[in-house]
Ligand binder design. Structure first.
Ligand SMILES: *Cc1c(COP(=O)(O)O)cnc(C)c1O
Length: 431
């Protein structure tokens, strides 16, 4: 299948090129040229399929023409060696728990899939020295770094904003060593993202180095996120709860929700979506005013959503032919400040004993505020609450158990390179 750039100024490319390049030369994001509608028989039977079987069917629709069946199956099955259960929380609200992977955030799905697919293409091309650049607001860095850890021929550079990720998040990508280098940038996530984007557009760097991006601008990271929307639907279908499903997605860069929108275009029976924002309410404001006004991100306790200029917004526009009216039919939005988030975490824990993380709290609250009685709401619980230990413990006034997987990261030695936010400094470092 061919992939086109959302800016439509550069030529269409193969999957391989889209994955290896990351960003199109015209600065657009790659999109699959066609989104296949899956047959009704698939939807009729979905409640009887395993997560891996469902995911392989979806993966085949996108990647089947370009990757041999055996290889693709292996990549999907290796990626998804953990579950994404739907858990009942309250009334007609369910949590899609995406934190059961190795780094305890949903980004493990895209990160692991991309690492494997990129590894496959790089081997095929006979390349030996590929540099993967990734900007992180907290969870991307660890998911991508862990996905690529020890993969030959690939070196990963994780750029993160100094003092703006949680202590546990930080040790998940600064303690790995091997082929992973962590770079602490004296700036915001948006500064980190800008450095990565500028690197791809720099002629000298691209002549001298094989660069690629592992942010959700990469199709190999964002498309696999569709898998768990299908799996969530399957679990609800099994319980006879799959009418009028509403997915609510705590959103920052909008990669996760965009994968859900694509699932809907593949025929997944979803009634509508809600994009939950924190105080970085750029998308919420866009729906209100019709004007997209990026602005510098502000720091919140849901730090992985602190994005002031969401990369994947252009993909949302592209999917809906740039029509605000069409977007509004499928997506509504809510936003919550830190006080609201704290209140939701506390109240939900008291009333239901379900412990939300600050991101999932935005999702849960948006369903509380918008869900109608004939709808079934599923919010994406995008990370384990223990990743935000101090914040969550101070809200509920109790110690929480730290999963073993997280404890293991906390024992390592932290290593990172400190840097300002100037591109020249970054370029010098890479060269
Ligand atoms: C990355 C992240 C988000 C935001 O996801 P996007 O795809 O960038 O919209 C939300 N919650 C958590 C915990 C994350 O790590």
């Amino acid at each position: 299948m061919k992939y086109y750039s959302t800016n439509k100024q550069s030529p269409e490319v193969s999957l391989q090129e889209a994955v290896v390049k990351g960003l199109a030369p015209d600065k657009g994001l790659y999109m699959p040229e066609n989104i296949k509608v899956l047959p009704q028989s698939f939807y009729d039977n979905i409640g009887n399929m395993t997560f891996q079987e469902i995911a392989y069917t979806v993966a085949d629709a996108f990647f089947g023409e370009d990757v041999e069946a055996d290889t693709l199956k292996q990549i999907v099955y290796d990626t998804l060696n953990f579950d994404t259960p739907v858990v009942h929380v309250n009334d007609n609200i369910y949590s899609l728990e995406l934190f059961h992977g190795p780094t305890l955030a949903f980004k493990d799905v895209g990160g692991r899939f991309m690492a494997r697919l990129l590894g496959y293409f790089i081997k095929k091309q006979g390349q030996t020295d590929v540099k993967v650049l990734v900007a992180t607001s907290g969870d991307t860095g660890s998911a991508v770094a862990n996905g690529f850890l020890g993969v030959e021929g690939i070196h990963v550079y994780v750029l993160y904003p100094k003092g703006k990720v949680s202590a546990i998040q930080e040790c998940q990508f600064t303690t790995l060593g091997q082929n992973i280098t962590a770079i602490e940038v004296d700036g915001t996530f948006d500064d980190c993202q800008a450095l990565v984007k500028t690197a791809f557009l720099d002629d000298e760097l691209n002549k001298k180095l094989n660069l690629t991006s592992a942010n959700s601008i990469n199709v190999a990271r964002f498309l696999p996120q569709a898998f768990y929307y299908f799996h969530a639907y399957a679990q609800l279908a099994k319980q006879g709860k799959a009418d009028n499903v509403v997915f609510c997605v705590p959103s920052g860069n909008f990669g996760n929700i965009t994968a859900g929108l694509i699932a809907k275009q593949m025929g997944l029976p979803v009634k509508r979506f809600i994009a939950a924002n924190n105080s970085n309410d750029i998308f919420y404001q866009y729906l209100q005013t019709g004007e997209y006004k990026p602005r510098p991100s502000v720091q919140t306790i849901a730090n992985a959503m602190d994005v002031g200029d969401p990369s994947n917004f252009v993909r949302v526009l592209d999917l809906y032919g740039h029509s605000l009216d069409k977007i509004k039919v499928d997506i509504s939005s809510e936003w919550y400040n830190d006080d609201n988030i704290r209140k939701t975490v506390k109240q939900t824990y008291t009333e239901t004993s379900y412990l939300l993380d600050p991101h999932g709290a935005c999702g849960y609250q948006a369903l509380k505020d918008q869900l109608q009685s004939d709808e079934t709401g599923v919010f994406l619980e995008t990370a384990h609450p223990a990743k935000f230990l101090e914040t969550v413990e101070s809200i509920i006034g109790e110690k929480i158990a730290i999963p073993e997987k997280l404890q293991a990261f906390m024992k390592g030695e932290k290593k990172s390179i400190s840097m300002g936010k100037s591109f020249d400094e970054f370029k010098h470092l890479l060269l």
